[in-house]
Ligand binder design. Sequence first.
Ligand SMILES: Cc1cc2nc3c(=O)[nH]c(=O)nc-3n(C[C@H](O)[C@H](O)[C@H](O)COP(=O)(O)OP(=O)(O)OC[C@H]3O[C@@H](n4cnc5c(N)ncnc54)[C@H](O)[C@@H]3O)c2cc1C
Length: 473
Amino acid sequence: MTSVEAYHGAGALLRKFKGRIITANSADYGSARSVWNRDADRYPLAIAQPSDVEDVIAAVRFARDADLPTSVRCGGHSYQGHSTCDRGLVIDLSTAMGCVRLDQSCNLVRAEGGALLGAVDRATVPAGRVVPAGIVSHTGLGGLSLGGGIGYLSRSFGLTCDQFQRLQLVTAAGELVRVSESENPDLFWALRGGGGNFGIVTQFDLRTHPLGPVQAGPLIYSMDNAIDVLQAIEALMAEAPRELSLTIALAIKPRAIGLGDAFPATARLLSVYIVYRGHADEEIVTAVRTCRRPLFDLVKPSNFLTVQARLDKVSQHGVAWYMKSGHSQTLNAGLIERMVVSSMEYQRIASPEVEREVYSIQSLGGATSDLSEDATAYSGRKAQWHCAVEVGFKSQEERERIVDWTKESWAKTQRFLDMRTSYVNMNFEESARALESVYGTEKLARLQRIKAVYDPDNFFRLNTNILPSSHLG
Ligand SMILES: Cc1cc2nc3c(=O)[nH]c(=O)nc-3n(C[C@H](O)[C@H](O)[C@H](O)COP(=O)(O)OP(=O)(O)OC[C@H]3O[C@@H](n4cnc5c(N)ncnc54)[C@H](O)[C@@H]3O)c2cc1C
């Protein structure tokens, strides 16, 4: 398309589009172009904020005809900055397509494609229902669920993508299609883990589950005892019911968890955050709380909305981040020791301004392992643990030092993981090899074939990109 044709195309889009279109001349261009990871500092030509499905279709058709690089945004949390771009179009669903409604029976919740996790929780939790999702409430349902969706209730109810009942999606051809077990089932398989490669989901219908009482809070230990504590916990979790979930953070600063007055600033702590769906006096809760004596036991009956928002502030927008992660069936002795050593080693090079821990471990298993490995594009169903290293930095000088350290440190850690799969939403590398490590060879080939059907020109490429099989040599 010539620039004159593109100009006319833009005119036609502006006439049709009911939402907002923000360009470099708009007063709020700066805030509209920015995403969670400050390291993704990019300058799109325009940010289109659709108000409904027709707007999404108009934006897709315009960008495709004008051959513009196009990124899709929900919560803007992609670590790699996939929801922004240079000299292209951002289709930002988060501003006017974020509604969430619980249906009358409470068994399903309907969310627009730009909904944040907090909106899903607010629509469900007060009614005693819940959709298992992530642990920071300003994360987008769109990116999180299409990649999988891991959180405190994954062991209880499965991944977020396992709750999909039916989706509506705008394809690269600008057509609206329905997707479920019985409508476009190949696409339904791909959307449960394959990310934003296949189109823009404008509507999610998700199954909800009963919530009941929740016990939640951290057990705090000294990092000096971390190896012993983690080994005890690994043994307990092997037999634990699926109602119990643990989120472990290594070498955290006391100030970051509100214990600044109780410890010297140089102290580093191990936090084992419990979420248990049930009552405080149940055997497994006592067993975790007493298997090793914590410095602080802050587990208490909790409102799940508060639990879901507890990390919102330490995970705020505007810091630059880098991360790596992988699955494991065991927290074996070598893995535990390596993560403990690395997280303490990091203290020597850490950015003084970034409060978050560096190594973390999330329990998996339970309902996440109920589906067979080939049931969805998401891979790693046998994993009992998700291990991650996540580093923040504030300047370019820090970036080089810290990212180099992270790559080295992760290479040493990865050797101890007993699985090869990793989670697409929590990895930076995007080479063909990295994609194989996410999906495995066979599943990647299936995803490439489905991509060739629904997006043969690879219009949706600003994501962890699966090339259409027709593009492969
Ligand atoms: C602070 C923080 C906490 C996190 N916590 C968790 C967690 O607890 N559990 C977990 O599993 N992950 C977690 N993640 C990782 C998270 O799942 C990914 O970063 C995910 O991509 C975020 O989705 P988003 O919609 O916010 O991101 P965006 O940057 O808006 O989008 C990410 C990708 O998804 C695509 N996409 C988004 N919406 C749509 C849509 N409607 N249709 C089609 N494609 C779409 C985009 O094109 C892009 O490629 C966390 C990330 C951060 C930064």
